[in-house]
Design a protein around this ligand. Sequence first.
Ligand code: GLP
Length: 264
Amino acid sequence: MRVVIAGDANTVATTSAQIVSRQLIGQPTSVLGLATGSTPVILYRELVRRYEAGEVCFSRAKSFNLDEYVGINPEHHQSYRHFMQQHLFDHINMDPVATQVPQGLADPQIECTRYEAAIKSAGGIDLQVLGLGANGHIGFNEPTSSLASRTRIKTLTEDTMAANAHFFGAQEQQPSLALTMGIGTIMEARHILLLATGKHKAQAVKAMVEGPVSAMAPASVLQFHTTVTVVLDAEAASLLDAQQYYHWVEKMRAEITREKLESS
Ligand code: GLP
């Protein structure tokens, strides 16, 4: 697991956007896995900026979002489809047909099977972007989720509902069920890029990076993936024991890159 402690949120955005851009430049037909939540908003903003500057192109890419609320209309202002349109898809040149978000109004069983098959027929996910729940969830795979789970319907925890309650109006029914890619589905992505910012994520980051692998901390399963990049701000990294080592590794990487550039 590569742990990049980027300092502030802006550096988290530029570091992670660099990884997504490189993926698209190296492989314009990339299949991206995308996430919602407040954390990736800064990444999407930076990607839109790069697209507008002509630095990155999405025209041949495809995407699959991690999750969606059950029973929610895609036009609803709190649907994850709406979120993605608002923060990314409406501002870039990705083919609308190539952007997939689980359909919250479909029959859940049929939709989950369809979604898994669609990911497979696209050739699998090249780069999966993840946020991190304060309780350690990825997608909507709450603690105790099977570490081998596939796309399915999940009941949200009270914690997760409370964390997301402020997005919904007082008169609005907040969904308690979601369709989410499973942990097994996420683990099949070729590269995983997880972003976490803020003090409230520090405990979950610690459990993910340095804790024992456990279904009680679903993100800890990423320790079994060979190609994970975790990009953190200083607050989210604040409880990590090996912070100095992570900084040291990044310094070495930068030096190796500089030497390579100088000798070429
Ligand atoms: C939701 C999403 C997750 C996201 C998490 C954290 O529960 N399903 O994909 O990572 O929230 O959200 P935030 O980035 O707003 O803290």
